[in-house]
Ligand binder design. Structure first.
Ligand SMILES: *Cc1c(COP(=O)(O)O)cnc(C)c1O
Ligand SMILES: [Zn+2]
Length: 411
């Protein structure tokens, strides 16, 4: 038996039947969330029992929407390392700095969690194929899990999407289409074609299952920190699944009595070239408005009109957090810095968090002893690298080669 009690609208509160394949609220068109019978979860599983299970996101099965006996479509999502970043922390003047390295998921990004869950549930509830608008990683992950589920998939991406993500989708047999503009234009195409194809629309937060996959980051973090929450959480924000999902995980664990205290202060980090959440936060607005001509090489942050603007702003305000936009050069510099100090080639979206830390430190939003958690959402290897020196070509006699090496490395 599943532990789901119902599915509820985040805005009007209307209840929906969890046994049906759901999209958005039938009454008001807003985002839906899955709710659980947390009392029953609490009496059915213990922290000790969880520890005995194999690692991965289905360790927390009772807090997922899976039915009893439902086999997940899985490639081993979750169970990613929580890394203390002491060298980067020392550089930035922070004593308790951590990253959850989501680049270690199948497909190299945390999209694997959300799409693994969404495709599992949608297939069980009758979906016959999938369509998704994407900035890259979501399309790749959707294609991969659709392949594993034995169902067809179409991916619509803006022109200029990182080639590795397109290849990832194509090699898994998905149909990939490109459009001009941003993911917003891709989303419009998906809205048109999904009902015509009869395939399920996996657009960010326009169905309630993907959030439950992303939420498992928060469940893992809670367990990994010894059933505590960090002081501050930094999230590279596009559509905002994790920004909404991680606090949801904490809230559920708080309601179960497995955690105590205040939610971490949550900060949305965006690129200066596309910062609708930052702008809305600073304006005191209730929701986001479309960002004109979005530009950033951090593909996952190029989301000019996120569907869940209201829900994200609510998280930032209710937790006493905030929002920061960083420049492209700051992102590139941060990407090199994390790689050099910690050995992690993280995605530009995640590097934006490191760039934002400098700003937050200066502003006094984080102090030397603040426990800071960053979600490193993807692996850098899937993207064009930041500007680097060309390797020096060695040629000639041994003496010449040695001279060439010594020009680079001065012992
Ligand atoms: C999709 C993506 C993001 C943004 O995530 P949202 O949940 O859409 O806000 C950040 N980083 C990477 C690497 C991504 O693929
Ligand atoms: Zn509603």
């Amino acid at each position: 038996m599943s532990f789901v009690s119902h599915v509820e609208c985040t805005i009007c509160g209307d209840r929906h039947d969890p046994k049906r394949l759901l999209t958005v609220c039938a009454r008001c068109g807003q985002m839906l969330v899955v709710r659980y019978d947390l009392e029953r979860v609490k009496t059915s599983v213990s922290k000790d029992a969880l520890r005995q299970r194999p690692p991965g996101m289905y360790r927390f099965r009772e807090l997922t929407p899976l039915d009893d006996g439902e086999e997940p479509v899985t490639l081993g999502e979750g169970g990613t390392p929580l890394l203390p970043l002491s060298r980067l922390g020392a550089h930035l003047g922070l004593r308790r700095l951590f990253a959850k390295d989501e680049g270690r998921n199948p497909t190299g990004s945390f999209k694997a969690r959300g799409l693994g869950m969404a495709i599992t549930r949608a297939r069980t509830l009758g979906a016959r194929g999938f369509v998704i608008p994407s900035a890259g990683n979501a399309g790749g992950a959707a294609a991969v899990y659709a392949a594993r589920a034995g169902l067809p998939c179409a991916v619509v991406v803006p022109r200029g999407t990182p080639p590795a993500a397109i290849a990832e989708a194509q090699i898994a047999g998905a149909h990939v289409f490109t459009v001009e503009g941003s993911i917003a234009n891709a989303g419009k195409v998906v809205t048109t074609i999904a009902p015509q194809l009869g395939w399920f629309d996996l657009s960010t937060l326009k169905e309630p299952y993907r959030l439950e996959g992303k939420k498992t980051i928060g469940l893992e973090l809670a367990a990994e920190l010894g059933w505590r929450m960090p002081d501050v959480l930094l999230y590279p924000t596009g559509g905002g699944t994790g920004l909404v999902g991680i606090p949801k995980a904490y809230a559920e664990l708080l309601a179960m009595g497995w955690l105590a205290g205040a939610l971490p202060r949550c900060f949305a980090v965006q690129a200066e070239g596309c910062a609708p959440v930052v702008r809305a936060f600073l304006d005191g607005a209730e929701t986001t408005t479309a960002w004109e001509s979005p530009t950033t090489h951090a593909a996952g942050l190029r989301v000019p009109s996120p569907f869940a603007g209201r829900q994200m702003l609510r998280v930032l305000r209710e937790t006493g957090g905030g929002a920061v936009a960083v420049s492209e050069t700051a992102i590139q510099g941060a990407q090199r810095l994390v790689a050099q100090l910690e050995g992690i080639w993280t995605a530009p979206e995640a590097a934006a968090l490191v760039a934002a830390l400098t700003v937050l430190k200066e502003r006094g939003d984080v102090a030397r002893d603040t426990e800071v958690m960053m979600i490193f959402t993807g692996v850098g290897l899937k993207y064009e690298p930041p500007p680097l020196d060309a390797p020096v070509e060695l040629a000639g006699t041994d003496a010449e080669i040695l001279a060439q090496v010594k020009r680079v490395i001065r012992p």
